[in-house]
Design a protein around this ligand. Structure first.
Ligand SMILES: [Zn+2]
Length: 128
């Protein structure tokens, strides 16, 4: 069984019902024809809840926003870091059968006060 692992500059969290966020460091993956299953188990250190998720991803968009938060660290000047929170988190199988995790990020451009909408790909590594 393979797994996908999240590393810097990405941080992925399960939103627990108690309002704590539990880090998701990896998801086990099972591939079959036209779908990938993502599976992970967590325990919330605040309320003690066991969280077990199985997400079936196909070539249409699967919304993960209700239970997952994703952040990306953007290196800024010198010692500072900027962390952005994606507005949405989605999963989809690309035409080549590869998993695509991504989200929308909208922000106000400081130079012209327009809302810019970006799609940010959530990077991960595949390990055995
Ligand atoms: Zn909790």
């Amino acid at each position: 069984m393979k797994k996908i692992v999240f590393r810097y500059p990405f941080m992925v969290f399960e939103k627990c019902e108690c309002s704590n966020q539990v880090p998701i460091r990896e998801m086990k993956t099972t591939s079959s024809t036209n779908s990938i299953k993502l599976k992970y188990s967590l325990n919330c250190p605040v309320c003690g809840k066991d969280i077990n998720r199985i997400i079936n991803v196909q070539n249409n968009i699967t919304e993960l926003t209700d239970f997952i938060n994703a952040f990306k660290v953007i290196p800024a000047i010198k010692d500072e870091l900027a962390i952005i929170k994606l507005d949405t988190v989605k999963a989809k199988l690309k035409d080549n059968g590869k998993l695509n995790l991504y989200g929308n990020y909208s922000h106000l451009r400081f130079w012209d006060n327009k809302i810019q909408n970006d799609i940010i790909k959530i990077g991960f590594e595949i390990e055995d």
